[in-house]
Design a protein around this ligand. Structure first.
Ligand code: XIL
Length: 343
């Protein structure tokens, strides 16, 4: 009996040592990426610490378990008022243009990461996270891409692979892998990518390559006019979300003054087992109440991780309906958003 007990103690000890060693091995095998992963994880913890709790969008969002972010323009980082507002109000940054393909490889083989690196640096200096934007999009695609590949799938795949590898592994929290792949009726847009693959398979390929390039980033699909619960485009969007897509971005560029029941849509997508995010308001005809509505919608859905507005102040956006005016003064939209976060 005593021998049996001793044997079982020995086995338990062996198993414990084995468990510790194998988890150490698992960690070691990620060693080369460890520093980058740490930046991402550390930022996740500190992303909301700037500002008094509840007094800024950034801290108010974190108090509710969400983030509040903005699309950014690196050419404004040197403007003190811009940099201050960015640091104080926004816990997450999306490069408005800096990571698009026309910015990073304007001519074939000529890579330009100055602006993208400036966003990474800004985020690291201020404990902010980054939504990468965007790997595969029909727009802001330099002309050399379709000119080189045409409808040759092998050439198109080589370019897509190169772009995914020449992105920002370990540096991003989210990555908009595919942006705006659908038409308004929910069918696939006839983009260069669609035509090169002869169909929708390029989407799965893009996600596969993005996952291979960065095993830890959350992979997002992102689109606009997909916020009304049963619209044709929303239904099309719903039908294409599957593994390995981790998250679904709703741009929320509502065209009419009336906004749809976006909370119901977020809840519907949550049933797919993905997280969701509001990625690009303002709506084109913005009232302050619309900002409150999208913020409330995100708050009401557990898997909605946060809201990003498309610019910091009104002159820094393609739609000048932001939360701060050109002099960085808070607008009614700001107050409605902050109140919605704090409620
Ligand atoms: C916009 C940028 O903000 C502009 O500076 C640029 O001229 C055009 O693109 N949907 C998107 C964003 O996903 O990338 C777009 O950004 C706005 C619409």
């Amino acid at each position: 009996m005593a021998r049996l007990r001793a044997l079982s103690v020995l086995i338990t000890l062996f198993l414990a040592v084995f468990a510790v060693t194998s988890s150490a091995v698992a960690l070691d095998s990620r060693a080369p990426r460890c520093k980058e992963l740490c930046i991402t994880r550390c930022n996740r913890v500190t992303a909301g610490q700037a500002g008094t709790p509840g007094q800024t969008l950034r801290s108010a969002a974190v108090a509710k378990g969400k983030y509040f972010g903005a699309a950014v323009s690196p050419n404004l980082f040197a403007t003190a008022a811009y940099a201050n507002a960015l640091k104080k109000e926004y816990g997450w940054l999306t490069p408005g243009n800096a990571m698009k393909r026309d910015a990073t490889e304007p001519a074939q083989g000529q890579f330009r990461f100055t602006d993208a690196d400036a966003v990474l640096k800004q985020a690291q200096a201020n404990g902010q996270m980054i939504r990468g934007h965007t790997l595969v999009w029909h727009s802001q695609l330099p002309a050399w891409v379709p000119n080189t590949a045409g409808t040759d799938i092998a050439k198109a795949r080589a370019i897509m692979t190169n772009h995914s590898e020449n992105s920002f592994p370990g540096q991003l929290a989210h990555w908009d892998v595919c942006n705006e792949v659908l038409n308004e009726d929910g069918t696939f847009r006839q983009s260069f990518w669609f035509n090169a693959w002869g169909g929708r398979r390029y989407v799965a390929e893009a996600f596969r390559l993005a996952r291979a390039a960065d095993p830890t980033v959350k992979l997002y699909i992102n689109d606009f006019n997909v916020e009304s619960p049963n619209g044709a485009k929303t239904n099309g969007f719903f039908n294409i979300v599957s593994s390995p897509i981790d998250g679904v971005g709703f741009q929320a560029h509502f065209i009419s003054g009336q906004i749809p029941d976006i909370a119901a849509t977020l809840k519907r997508f949550a049933t797919l087992g993905v997280e969701v995010a509001i990625t690009e308001p303002p709506p084109e005809q913005t009232q302050a109440t619309n900002y409150a509505a999208v913020t409330n919608a995100c708050k009401s859905v557990a898997v909605c991780v946060g809201v990003t507005v498309w610019g910091v102040e009104d002159t820094d956006s393609w739609v000048p309906h932001l939360l701060l005016d050109a002099n960085y003064q808070k607008k009614a939209s700001y107050t409605y958003t902050l109140n919605a976060l704090n409620a």
